[in-house]
Design a protein around this ligand. Structure first.
Ligand code: SF4
Length: 210
């Protein structure tokens, strides 16, 4: 298959650059503590300096994989599938989510919202990034808003994002891992003073699991 033929299949959602997939515990946000199968799709141009999956940024480093195969494998492990990245909305998620839902699986996404929403989701976790702000369709449909707190200015950013997301979204503040000692006490105080927010921690990192 030539490069352009492969790109055409990716553009149609028939193939996706698959970085890794694994069965684990969702560590963060609303569904933390629950088992789920993670599909990590390569490709992201948002460029967060503290990103902990920088190896996902270049799509071409991740093998184009048939969507059918990804779905068949995922269905063996869990009734809940979390699609993450990278930035999964770089790609058209319609076919992947249709095929997962045809298997009666619950389908969740972790996204920065930097690209318009595609696909059909049971749960949308929006984690907006200053470098490339979310598109309106993701603000309108997100079930949770999870803002990463790397410095004090991020509290202001979090409030700006809370104004933009739909009213039903559940609001979380999560310390960026390398700044957790410094930021977690500030988040605790902030949530007590502003109880519309909840604390989210990267519990999978404390548990030392993927
Ligand atoms: S959006 Fe996510 S994957 Fe992309 S650079 Fe930021 S943290 Fe990394």
């Amino acid at each position: 298959m030539t490069r352009s033929e492969r790109q055409e299949l990716i553009d149609k959602g028939l193939m996706l650059p698959l970085m890794e997939e694994f069965y684990t515990i969702q560590g963060e946000g609303y569904h933390k503590g629950t088992a789920a199968y993670f599909i990590r799709i390569g490709g992201c141009d948002v460029g967060c300096h503290w990103c902990d999956v920088k190896e996902s940024w270049l799509a071409e480093l991740n093998p184009p994989t048939e969507t059918e195969k990804i779905v068949a494998n995922a269905a063996k492990y869990s009734k809940t599938i979390v699609v993450t990245g990278g930035e999964p909305l770089t790609w058209d998620m319609s076919l992947l989510t249709k095929q997962l839902k045809d298997q009666n699986l619950k389908v969740h996404i972790e996204t920065s919202g930097a690209y318009p929403l595609s696909g059909t989701w049971d749960w949308i976790c929006l984690s907006p990034k200053k470098n490339k702000l979310p598109t309106p369709t993701v603000y309108d449909n997100a079930h949770e808003l999870k803002v990463i707190i790397h410095n004090k200015h991020d509290f202001i950013f979090a409030e700006e994002q809370a104004e933009l997301v739909n009213n039903n979204a559940i609001l979380f503040l999560q310390p960026e891992w390398s700044k957790k000692e410094e930021m977690t006490p500030l988040i605790v105080d902030y949530v007590m003073n502003n109880p519309k927010w909840r604390v989210s921690l990267q519990t999978h990192k404390y548990l030392n699991i993927p």
